[in-house]
Design a protein around this ligand. Structure first.
Ligand SMILES: Cc1cc2nc3c(=O)[nH]c(=O)nc-3n(C[C@H](O)[C@H](O)[C@H](O)COP(=O)(O)OP(=O)(O)OC[C@H]3O[C@@H](n4cnc5c(N)ncnc54)[C@H](O)[C@@H]3O)c2cc1C
Length: 442
C-alpha cells in the first residue's frame, strides 16, 4: 500500500499499516518530511488522559464533542467528531508509546477545560511529534521516499485503486502499483489559485502554512470522482504576525495576553474562537490588533522568546512607555481595568472566564497581529473508516484519506489542538483500514 504525504497523518497511517502487517511505501514530495504538522505550536487535544487526572481536571467525551461542534457552528459531521473525542486519549497514549512527551496541559480557545497536551515546559508540539514519528517510522523500517510527488491516482476498470504515478525529482515518472492508497497530503492554505476560487475574500491574506500545503490531495481525488465536503471553508487565524507568515500561537492568549486595537482598547473576549476573533480584528481600524503581555508570560512560555529574537516584539519598561512606543494611547487605562478584573476573577468588559496573569511585571511587550489563512477545513469526503467517498457517497475501493486533506470533522471552524488530534486518530484509522484492505486482496 501507498501513503501520500509525510506529515503527521501520513506517518501515523504508515506506521499503523506497517504494524498491521502491510508492505508500505510513504511518498513525500518535499525534500523533507513534516508538512504543516511540524509547524504546530499549541498542542493536541485529548479528553480523559492521565495528564488531566494528575492536574485534577474534570473533562468528558461529551464536553469535547460539544466544544468541537459549537466551535464548528454545528456544521461538523457528528460521527467523525464522536470518534475524535472517544479516541483522543488513546491517540496521546499511542504517541507516548512511540516516544513522545505530552505532559504539559493548557486550555485552547473554544475549549471549556485544559485539554491541549504538549511537551513539558510548553515546547512546540509539531516538531516534537514529527521527530517522534520520523524515528518510529525508521525503527519500524517504513520505506519513506522523499522528493517524490504523486501526480495521479490510477484506477482499475472496476474503479478500485490500482496505484499511483509518482514524479521523482531525480528519477522521473513511474507508475507504482498498490492495492490501497492513503491520501495524507494536507490542506490547500498555500495554493493561491484554490483560495481565490473557493474563498475569494481571503485571496490577498498571508498564510501561516508550510509551502507544501498546496491542495494536491483534493485535486488528485477530484480527478477520479471523489466527493468534497465543505471545500470552501477556510479558517483565518487571528494572530499571525502582521506582514509576516509567523503564527503567534493561541497559547499566548491562553496563558494570559490581552488583545487590543490600535488605540489600546480591548474589543473581544480573547479566548473566543478563531473565526470570531478574526472577524472582530477585521472590524478594527487598519484591520490589525496588538497582543499585550508582561514578563510573567515570557517567563512561563519559552516560545515567546523566539518572537523576540525575530524582532517582532515592542518593549517598554512601563505600560505607559509601551503605549508611547506603539501609539496605543488608551493602553494604560485598559491594563489597569484588566488588572482589576483579573484580581476580582470577573471580566466585566468581555466576560473572559480565564485570566491566569495580570499585567504588572516589567518589561511589558506588544506584538502586532492580523488574521491570515491557517487551516482549510474542507476537503475530500470520508466516512468513519477513512474511506474516500465518491459523488454518490459510495466508498472508493482502496482509497483512504486522513488529516487536513479531508473535510467534515471541523465544520465551519476548527478548534486549536483538534487538527493534530485528527491526524493521529484518523491517520491511524486510515492506516489500519488501508492495510486490512491491501492484505485481504492478497
Ligand atoms: C503554523 C501552524 C501551527 C499549527 N498549530 C497547531 C496546533 O498547535 N495544534 C493543532 O491541532 N493543529 C495545529 N495546526 C494545524 C495542523 O498542524 C495541521 O492541520 C496538520 O498538521 C495537518 O497534518 P497533515 O498530516 O494532514 O498534513 P501536513 O502535515 O501538511 O502533511 C502533508 C504532507 O503531504 C505532502 N504532500 C502534499 N502533496 C503531495 C503529493 N502530491 N505527493 C507527495 N507528498 C505530498 C506535503 O509535502 C506534506 O509533507 C497548525 C498549523 C500551522 C500552519
Amino acid at each position: 500500500m501507498i501513503v501520500v504525504g509525510a506529515g503527521s497523518a501520513g506517518f501515523n497511517a504508515a506506521i499503523s499499516a506497517k504494524m498491521a502487517g502491510a508492505k508500505v511505501v510513504l511518498f513525500e514530495k518535499a525534500a523533507y518530511t513534516g508538512g504543516n504538522s511540524m509547524l504546530a505550536a499549541g498542542g493536541i487535544n485529548a479528553v480523559g488522559t492521565p495528564q488531566q487526572k494528575k492536574k485534577g481536571i474534570e473533562d468528558k467525551v461529551e464536553w469535547y464533542y460539544e466544544d468541537a461542534m459549537k466551535g464548528g457552528r454545528y456544521q461538523n459531521d457528528p460521527k467523525l467528531v464522536q470518534i475524535l473525542a472517544e479516541e483522543s486519549a488513546d491517540a496521546v497514549k499511542w504517541l507516548e508509546s512511540l516516544g513522545a512527551n505530552l505532559d504539559d496541559l493548557k486550555r485552547s480557545g473554544g475549549a471549556r477545560v485544559e485539554r491541549t497536551h504538549r511537551p513539558s515546559g510548553g515546547a512546540s508540539v509539531g516538531p516534537h511529534i514529527v521527530d517522534t514519528l520520523r524515528k518510529a517510522a525508521k525503527e519500524r523500517d517504513v520505506d519513506v521516499r522523499l522528493n517524490s510527488r504523486i501526480e495521479k491516482i490510477v484506477l482499475n476498470d472496476d474503479k478500485s485503486v490500482a496505484g499511483v504515478v509518482v514524479h521523482g525529482r531525480h528519477s522521473g515518472y513511474n507508475m507504482v502499483a498498490a492495492d490501497s492508497v492513503v491520501l495524507a497530503t494536507g490542506g490547500y492554505g498555500m495554493n493561491k489559485e484554490m483560495i481565490a476560487y473557493y474563498r475569494p475574500t481571503m485571496k490577498d491574506m498571508t498564510s501561516s502554512n508550510n509551502v507544501t500545503a498546496t491542495g494536491d490531495g483534493v485535486l488528485l481525488a477530484k480527478e477520479i470522482g471523489a466527493s468534497m465536503t465543505d471545500i470552501d471553508w477556510v479558517q483565518a487565524h487571528p494572530t499571525i504576525g502582521k506582514d509576516s507568515r509567523i503564527l503567534i500561537s493561541e497559547t499566548v492568549r491562553g496563558v494570559g495576553a490581552i488583545m487590543v486595537n490600535t488605540d489600546g482598547e480591548r474589543f473581544i473576549d480573547e479566548l473566543t474562537t478563531r473565526d470570531r476573533a478574526s472577524d472582530a480584528i477585521l472590524k478594527q481600524k487598519d484591520q490589525y490588533a496588538w497582543l499585550v503581555f508582561d514578563e510573567q508570560l515570557v517567563a512561563k512560555k519559552k516560545m515567546v522568546r523566539g518572537y523576540d529574537h525575530l524582532g517582532m516584539l515592542s518593549k517598554g519598561n512601563t505600560i505607559e512607555e509601551l503605549a508611547k512606543i506603539t501609539g496605543m494611547s488608551k493602553l494604560p487605562k485598559t491594563a489597569g481595568d484588566y488588572n482589576k478584573y483579573q484580581a476580582a476573577g470577573k471580566d466585566d468588559a468581555f466576560g473572559r472566564d480565564d485570566m491566569p496573569l495580570n499585567l504588572t511585571k516589567p518589561p511589558f511587550y506588544a506584538v502586532k497581529v492580523a488574521p491570515g489563512i491557517h487551516h482549510t477545513m474542507g476537503g475530500v469526503a470520508v466516512d468513519t473508516d477513512a474511506n474516500v467517498l465518491n459523488l454518490q457517497s459510495w466508498k472508493m475501493s482502496g482509497l483512504f484519506a486522513a488529516g487536513e486533506v479531508t473535510g467534515g470533522l471541523h465544520g465551519f471552524n476548527r478548534l486549536g489542538g483538534n487538527a493534530i488530534a485528527d491526524t493521529v486518530v484518523f491517520g491511524r484509522i486510515a492506516g489500519e483500514n488501508a492495510a486490512k484492505h491491501a492484505l485481504e486482496k492478497k
